[in-house]
Design a protein around this ligand. Structure first.
Ligand code: IVH
Length: 668
């Protein structure tokens, strides 16, 4: 075969294999026996080996990439990936329907779909080719997992038409594959995945695409990024058909309903039948069909008003309460935890569950030895719902809260107006370790590699007794800890060092001042700019800050009034920890975006984005982009070589940002 013939044959094989693959993986209807597919694939592999320049990026042989990645890069979604509001019963559903009907004009039609229990992904196609696949992340910024998504056979590498479109869908692991995977892992002595959702997410978070490729994942497409105005569609159902035509896999169980009764019937049908499906679902999604009506209804900060999710009720199971354990938190609060006979609930084995506080135990009359009902709150955190009093044998023991701290023995107190008992000894080892754990946690100083076990050890060994000691640790000291090799010790040293330059709000939150959560720490840091200023701020100055109430202001003043605290801050400073605010983000109220309601003008050349992309981002965050600068302009983004528009903005006193400042609005 000469080169020209080879080229033609390769093209033919690509087309044929794509079609057969589509029939098998997308439509679930094999067009040819497996042996035929394999034979054609082998022929293609041979030709590609002979003529390496005929290997096309979307050839079926190119699903699994070469080298493992070093890490995932961040992706800013052109349109935020929102989540859905929830309804839990018929009453809620009727309320949702009422709101829809009063907010949109015309007849309402809903599309009801299964809510697949996996993870949301975005698939970006340009001219019909898959160019990027990403996770949802925080909805604004996700991770680039293209290499892993390419390995999923139901994700077409090339569409049937050269469309440019962002497809949204759910990646999941079928139940059978999940069970097989766990059987294999068990046999190899590896940790098991709790449920198919975790298994799918874990597989897509692997840096080596070979792992994802071996995991039998699949994707159902359920929508698009954007409002569809650039597509030949008028509504959701229409879009799904269009996606299907492009070659994407669409869930076949959807139904169009025109009344709550029909929606309710759909919900009931799938509540009954969910166990018959080959994949897990955790509810039903109800979407208003027509885009015109969707637009009328709009969005809240987090979710569309034109859609909602009916969540299946939490699964409840019965098990035995073996004991009640007490733990002392960072603020000294002593909380009881139920120790249970291990039991499976909603996909995981549960051995501990929250009992909240002593009053609740008494109110529910929960006794040690009882048979208790367990449920997962929000399907995640296990809790004890009730005891089965009629099943008691007489040996069960009521729980008595001790009067002393289980960690340090000092007397517990009940602060007026609180339900919890507290240990008020500032030297209590449990409080100190919990405080350290909080300090290093992700949302505080974010010191990676300092897990609970390491912190506990550091404290036990006398290496760290307050947070400032972390900054005097040596690599040798770290290497002396259990299960700490040289590499981990170096990494940990580097992570501790990096945390020195965190902006002030992380340190402020990390100190664990009462009532000062993450948001308050950010506001205080933005407002006062440095610890120096904050530490000398008066009650009046603090309460003058919008959103800072009396309780919080009081807690801040009292905290910094303490000699020991001042000494601690002094030590942190000596040890090179940054005490000032270095963040540049504009302060926002919850749900607000920097660009909401603003008229923005783009001028000059942007390096990181095209004009169109920048415009899209501003618009997706509620801003309007205009072509010329006038008095009505709120903000000008000036790139390189900005000319007369920049001059005009300056002469009108309009705020001007450079590209870096603009891009910072999209990074955390
Ligand atoms: S629509 C703007 N449809 O459920 C709303 N979501 O909070 C976009 N999910 O993270 C979501 N099946 O990953 C939609 N048929 C379906 C879905 C579905 C599963 C997930 C999705 C999202 C979460 C909703």
């Amino acid at each position: 075969m000469d080169r020209l013939q080879a080229e033609q044959r390769v093209e033919q094989l690509n087309t044929q294999l794509r079609e057969y693959g589509h029939a098998y993986y997308v439509l679930d209807k094999p067009a040819v026996p497996d042996a035929v597919y394999d034979q054609l694939l082998n022929e293609l592999i041979e030709l590609e080996t002979q003529y390496p320049d005929l290997v096309f990026p979307d050839s079926p042989t190119q699903r699994v990439g070469g080298q493992p990645l070093e890490g995932f890069s961040k992706v800013t979604h052109a349109y935020p990936m929102l989540s859905l509001s929830n309804v839990f019963g018929e009453e809620d559903l009727r309320e949702f329907d009422r709101r829809v009907r009063s907010g949109a004009s015309g007849e309402i039609r809903y599309v009801c779909e299964l809510k697949i229990d996996g993870l949301a992904v975005s698939l970006l196609y340009e001219d019909g080719r898959l160019v990027r696949g990403a996770t949802r992340g925080d909805g604004r910024i996700g991770e680039d997992i293209t290499a892993n998504l390419r390995t999923i056979r139901s994700v077409p590498l090339r569409l049937n038409e050269p469309a440019t479109i962002e497809v949204r869908g759910e990646a999941y692991m079928p139940k059978k594959s999940f069970h097989q995977l766990n059987l294999d892992r068990e046999a190899r002595g590896e940790e098991l995945f709790a449920n198919p959702r975790n298994a799918a997410a874990g597989s897509l978070r692997q840096l080596d695409p070979k792992i994802a490729a071996s995991r039998n994942l699949s994707v159902f497409a359920y929508g698009i990024g954007g409002d569809g105005s650039d597509l030949p569609v008028v509504g959701h159902e229409d879009t799904l058909r269009y996606l299907e035509k492009l070659g994407l896999r669409i869930n076949p169980e959807r139904e169009v309903c025109s009344s709550v009764e029909e929606v309710q019937a759909y919900i009931e049908k799938w509540t009954e039948k969910r166990n018959d499906l080959s994949y897990e679902i955790d509810g039903i999604v109800i979407k208003v069909d027509l885009y015109e009506q969707q637009e009328e209804l709009g969005f809240t900060a987090k979710s569309p008003r034109w859609a909602t999710a009916y969540k299946f009720p939490a699964e409840e199971v019965v098990t035995k309460l073996l004991d009640i354990e007490l733990s002392v938190g960072r603020t000294g609060a002593v909380t009881p935890t139920a120790i249970l006979e291990p039991v499976r609930v909603a996909g995981t084995t549960v051995q501990r569950a929250s009992l909240h506080n002593e009053d609740l135990i008494r109110e529910k009359d929960v006794r040690i030895g009882d048979q208790v009902i367990i449920r997962k709150a929000g399907d995640i955190i296990p809790e004890v719902v009730a005891s089965l009093i009629e099943q008691r044998e007489g040996t069960e023991e009521p729980f008595v809260m001790p009067s002393e701290c289980p960690a340090c023995g000092s007397e517990l107190v009940r602060i007026e107006g609180e339900v919890v008992l507290r240990c008020v000894n500032p030297k209590c080892p449990a409080q100190i370790t919990e405080g350290l754990i909080h300090f290093v946690s992700r949302n505080a100083m974010n010191i990676e590699g300092l897990g609970e076990k390491v912190v506990e050890q550091l404290y036990r060994e006398g290496l760290v007794s307050d947070v400032s000691d972390l900054y005097e640790l040596t690599k040798e000291q770290l290497m002396g800890l259990e299960r700490m090799g040289e590499k981990s010790a170096s990494n940990l040293m580097a992570a501790i060092d990096a945390s020195r330059s965190n902006s002030m709000e992380r340190l402020l939150f990390g100190l664990g001042i009462r009532h000062v959560g993450e948001k308050a720490a950010r506001i205080l840091s933005e407002e006062f700019g440095s610890f120096d200023r904050l530490m000398t701020a008066s009650l009046e100055e603090l309460t003058a800050v919008h959103e800072i109430g009396d309780k919080m202001a009081d807690a801040v003043v009292t905290y910094f009034d303490n000699e020991e605290v001042r000494a601690l801050i002094g030590r942190l400073q000596e040890r090179g920890v940054n005490l000032s605010y270095t963040g540049k983000r504009v302060r926002l109220a919850e749900g607000e975006t920097v660009f909401a309601g603003k008229t923005v003008v783009l001028t000059g050349k942007l390096e990181t984005l095209s004009r169109g992309e920048a415009k899209e981002r501003i618009e997706s965050l509620g801003g309007k982009v205009s072509g010329s600068v006038s008095k009505r302009t709120d903000l000008v983004i000036a790139g390189e070589e900005a000319g007369s528009k920049l001059e005009k903005a300056e002469s009108l006193g309009i705020e001007v940002w450079d590209e870096q400042r603009f891009m910072e609005q999209f990074n955390d």
